[in-house]
Design a protein around this ligand. Structure first.
Ligand SMILES: C[S@@+](CC[C@H](N)C(=O)[O-])C[C@H]1O[C@@H](n2cnc3c(N)ncnc32)[C@H](O)[C@@H]1O
Length: 248
């Protein structure tokens, strides 16, 4: 075919395609049914069953660190974190005067408080400037009772920074583990839920993720398996992580 007709063909093809309705365009772009190239992803078990720990940084942690970094200036004064205080140290630095660690069960050498957040009357009211609650609320069946105590133990003006899973594999089984895994909150449910305790104007939610990072997270791929552009592309319909910042 001469160069002239080839160009004419491609140009007219492009014009015709541009005139096609969106759904037809999409159909033309999507692979034929039954012929998806899944590559390494075509398997019934995840590539890494441990969230990608063996491959590098777990994808939800990538998003957690973006969220906490964005709100690092809130992490100051007396700070409470759950299970450990890695984020208090990482993002609070020398703004932190006192770092407390609450652990659900006794025996954690770094914990300064032991207890169930749903039964936390033993923790004084109005004592924390900031509470870092990462990947915890979804593990608490009676999350409203926990939020009631979290609100109570914050100082007026104190800030709760909470993250929870959107799309994720289940990790904890009650009876096998000390605690279970009960909920998946969306950005929408998180906002309404936190507004039951904090003034509506004082609650801000941010979601992170897209279809590729969601699939990658489910397969236990690490953030190093994707580019930053791929990780940072935000599609609110595919929430891998939901972050909430709430001011008392
Ligand atoms: C997935 S871990 C998250 C730990 C840590 N914050 C992080 O981001 O890696 C869930 C934490 O929730 C705690 N937890 C579960 N149920 C709890 C409850 N009712 N009250 C207080 N902590 C609880 C567990 O002890 C555990 O430390």
């Amino acid at each position: 075919m001469s160069k002239f007709y080839k160009n004419l063909f491609y140009k007219s093809n492009k014009i015709i395609r541009s005139l096609l309705p969106k759904f037809i365009k999409q159909k033309l772009q999507s692979p034929p049914i039954g012929q998806i190239d899944f590559g390494d992803l075509r398997r019934l078990k995840p590539i890494d069953p441990h969230f990608g720990f063996s491959r590098g940084q777990v994808i939800d942690r990538y998003y957690i660190e973006i969220f906490l970094n964005k709100h690092a200036s809130d992490i100051k004064g007396r700070v409470l974190e759950i299970g450990d205080n890695k984020y208090t140290k990482l993002f609070g630095g020398n703004r932190v005067v006192c770092s407390d660690v609450l652990n659900y069960t006794s025996g954690n050498p770094i914990s300064t408080i032991v207890g169930d957040l749903t039964k936390a009357d033993h923790i004084e009211s109005n004592i924390f400037d900031c509470i870092i609650l990462t990947q915890t609320l979804q593990m608490i069946y009676d999350y409203r009772l926990a939020l009631k105590h979290l609100y109570r133990i914050l100082k007026p003006g104190g800030i709760l920074l909470s993250t929870s899973h959107g799309t994720s594999k289940l990790d904890r089984i009650l009876g096998v583990d000390a605690w279970g895994e009960y909920w998946r909150f969306t950005g929408q449910s998180s906002k309404l839920l936190f507004e039951e305790f904090f003034k509506p104007g004082n609650v801000q939610t941010t979601s992170y993720g897209n279809v590729l990072s969601a699939i990658s997270y489910l397969h236990g791929l690490a953030s190093q398996d994707l580019t930053h552009d791929e990780l940072d592309f935000n599609d609110p319909k595919f929430e891998v992580l939901v972050g909430v910042r709430a001011i008392k």
